[in-house]
Design a protein around this ligand. Structure first.
Ligand SMILES: Cc1cc2nc3c(=O)[nH]c(=O)nc-3n(C[C@H](O)[C@H](O)[C@H](O)COP(=O)(O)OP(=O)(O)OC[C@H]3O[C@@H](n4cnc5c(N)ncnc54)[C@H](O)[C@@H]3O)c2cc1C
Length: 517
């Protein structure tokens, strides 16, 4: 079995950036289940938040992040995020990420729930692509070993500590073992849980399933962010229309052509995502339509084509000139706030196991992520993993800020009488219908029963799709069970039977399997 100092699972911004830092400290293997640039990162449009503007400060960024998180952010983690942000942006600039500039300085735009323009972007609305391409070029030119089409299937544990990983060669179907001192999961989110989502096919919650099965703590799974504006065109997958479009002045109109967001909240179109997504849903119901419209026709065509070249081109390729016509949009699943619980050094409760990126839950997002804080979180906490595992690192246990928590294992459930056969589209429909933007006890209980029955019925996986389906069913179960337990509404989690938030629930739901690593 080949032995490495670091094995990193995933090749989005989290995997690549961490690998580039780790190579300074030892030999590194990246395992990734598709090609190197198969990831959500490549699709990120809006940009990265950091308080680098003249009138901005980490304090303001802190307050906006805390407000969006609706009472559940880990304040210590947020302080670290906002204070270390400018240095991590400098790292990306040094790697050569070509951020857009204006008057010789970095250009900043505004997104919903930010009190000030603080979003850096590249190529207008192609920030993620520029980051992915830049970092993967550095990785290709380095000594880092990369195994593509290689799916991590099981974490190996010896004497309570991580010793390596098992992985499936997706071409040959053979399983190989790789040994390591530090295993870093950077496997991204779980948007494929839902029928309508903005995510890449890789987003199947694999990291949650891998970590849960060796006893890692999984937290905040009920909080899944739905983006209000995904393109809604027949036969076209929900393509994200960045929030920055509203940041630059775009407004939402219902099917009757009337602006509706100011009817709901004073912040109007720039309210937090959960508020805009729910308001959009109500307007769709009221007007009997499956969409609303984003209007940018009042903006100058040159602003649209230079700020949003990618969105403009995508819509034009599908017969829609957004400088002249309204953009049909509807909410879609977008970002997983919960995940593998880590402390502020990226450590999980299993010795030798770290998590970073969308799969990790550092506590910075609370119940609702502030737009463009996710790629920033990756940079800040990946760097800290390296500080923690580097040669000069202290052997002392790091301080872990105490979050108020309740601990659970998923409940036993009686299977409902009629259970459809488990497959990807049935799962995505189930979660969309019963565990989506608006939930209640009845819909969640039905989903929980079906998911538990599927978990029992699924055969031993043998290939990438069957592993992914198993991982999605487990991740969906943890999400549904947490949503059932949380009898209140907070951030992205909205229960029609408990529409208000409750001080009793100012705590996190943590799941662990009985098995301990
Ligand atoms: C359309 C869209 C727009 C967005 N816009 C923004 C934005 O403007 N700003 C912002 O901050 N965030 C944005 N986000 C969110 C942000 O892009 C992601 O949170 C971030 O890129 C996640 O990075 P990651 O490296 O954790 O995961 P990913 O980039 O998704 O990478 C995950 C990697 O893990 C691999 N993998 C998964 N499971 C396995 C396995 N079992 N074995 C081996 N490999 C595996 C995948 O193949 C992939 O390489 C957006 C997301 C989407 C979908």
């Amino acid at each position: 079995m080949n032995q490495y100092d670091y094995i990193i699972v995933g090749s989005g911004i989290a995997g690549l950036y961490t690998a580039l830092l780790a190579q300074e400290q030892g030999n590194v293997l990246i395992i990734t289940k598709g090609s190197i640039d198969d990831c959500n990162t490549r699709h990120a449009q809006g940009g990265i938040a950091a308080a680098i503007g003249k009138n901005d400060s980490p304090e303001l960024h802190f307050h906006d992040t805390i407000a969006a998180g609706d009472g559940l952010c880990d304040e210590e983690a947020v302080r670290i995020l906002v204070n270390e942000a400018p240095d991590r942006i400098t790292d990306l600039v040094n790697f050569g990420v070509p951020f857009d500039t204006v008057d010789g300085g970095i250009a900043l735009t505004r997104e919903a729930a930010h009190s000030i323009p603080r979003i850096l972007h590249a190529g207008g609305d192609a920030t993620g692509e520029h980051i992915e391409v830049t970092l993967s070029r550095w990785v290709s030119a380095s000594k880092i070993q990369v195994l593509e089409d290689c799916l991590a299937t099981e974490i190996l544990i010896e004497k309570g500590r991580v010793s390596g990983i098992k992985a499936l060669d997706c071409h040959t179907g053979s399983i190989e073992k790789f040994g390591c001192n530090c295993l870093i999961l950077a496997t991204g989110g779980g948007g494929q849980l839902f029928k309508l989502n903005t995510n890449s096919d890789i987003a199947t919650g694999d990291g949650i399933a891998l970590a849960f099965s060796v006893g890692a703590e999984i937290v905040d799974t009920e909080f899944f962010q739905f983006h209000p504006t995904a393109l809604r065109l027949p036969g076209v997958a929900p393509f994200l229309i960045s929030e920055a479009v509203r940041g630059e002045g775009g407004v939402l109109r219902n099917a009757e052509g009337r602006r509706f967001m100011p009817d709901y909240v004073p912040e109007g179109d720039l309210a937090p995502r959960d508020v805009v997504a729910r308001s959009t849903l109500y307007e769709m119901e009221k007007t009997g339509s499956d969409r609303v419209f984003l209007d940018v026709t009042h903006l100058s065509p040159s602003v649209i084509t230079t700020r949003f070249p990618h969105i403009y081109r995508f819509c034009l390729d599908h017969g829609l000139d957004i400088t002249k016509g309204l953009i049909p949009v509807a909410p879609a699943a977008h970002y997983m706030m919960g995940g593998i619980k880590t402390n502020s050094w990226g450590e999980t409760n299993i010795d030798g196991l770290f998590a970073t990126g969308e799969i990790a839950c550092t506590g910075v997002h609370g119940a609702n992520r502030l737009a463009s804080n996710s790629m920033l979180e990756v940079l800040v906490f990946s760097k800290r993993i390296m500080e923690r595992t580097g040669k000069g690192a202290s052997a002392e246990a790091p301080t872990i800020s105490k979050r108020a928590e309740v601990h659970h294992s998923p409940s036993r459930r009686r299977a409902p009488k009629a259970v459809p056969a488990p497959n990807l589209s049935a799962l995505q429909q189930l979660l969309w219908d019963k565990v989506g933007i608006i939930r209640n006890k009845k819909s969640l209980s039905e989903a929980a029963g079906i998911l538990a029955a599927w978990q029992k019925a699924l055969p031993q996986p043998t290939d990438r799709p069957s592993y992914e389906l198993n991982n999605l069913v487990l991740t969906g179960r943890l999400m549904t069970e947490a949503a059932l337990l949380r009898e209140e509404s907070r951030g992205a989690h909205f229960r029609s039977d408990f529409p208000k938030n409750s001080p009793l629930w100012q705590q996190h739901i943590v799941f662990t399997s009985k098995k301990r690593g």
